[in-house]
Design a protein around this ligand. Sequence first.
Ligand code: ITT
Length: 193
Amino acid sequence: MIDIHEIYFITSNDHKVEEANRILSQFGICLRKSNIKKLEIQSNSLEKIVKYSALYAMKKLKSELIIEDSGLFIKKLNGFPGPFSSYVYKKLGCDGILKLMQNISDRRALFKCVVGYCSPNVKPILFCGICYGNISNEARGSYGFGFDPIFIPDNSNGRTFSELLPEEKDKFSHRGIAFRKFGLWYISNIAKP
Ligand code: ITT
């Protein structure tokens, strides 16, 4: 029988939990959502935000845990919304970003995800994933969440994340890359047979 490793995931976002668990199941890891309050400092660096949040959560939970911070960085908007993606999505949504991008022909953008793991014995260790692509001219597709309908990852034949099946998104996505790095590290360093 395969042992399943359960780790707390400090997040309010059910979509993140679903995506992470889809990716981590191949490593025998299952993330369990924890609703303890996540403290997020204001910073331009996802890495700094994740490190700080992980240490803060560890003080409360005293158990191994995962924190993840992600964002959409648009080149011609100097990286906006970046670390403020969650707030901007809630206030402006995909339509607001499309309006900001009206008349901008360079639509290069990237999604970045930083996953932080720590335990009572392990200081926060970070795993990063970046997915390059473009902002579409209109929202398309019905899968996924957040800015998925307006992000066309490279090598997707022009389809937005929302037009890809969830498993296809995992192959390209920032979250897929970061959590696969974490899974590989975890099974070779922490969950050794
Ligand atoms: P927690 O902080 O509680 O984990 P959150 O949704 O607020 O949840 P972030 O602060 O990391 O998470 O915000 C990232 C935002 O960026 C998220 O709310 C989405 O709007 C957007 N985002 C991140 N990854 C995405 C993805 O794969 N597809 C679409 N949008 C994404």
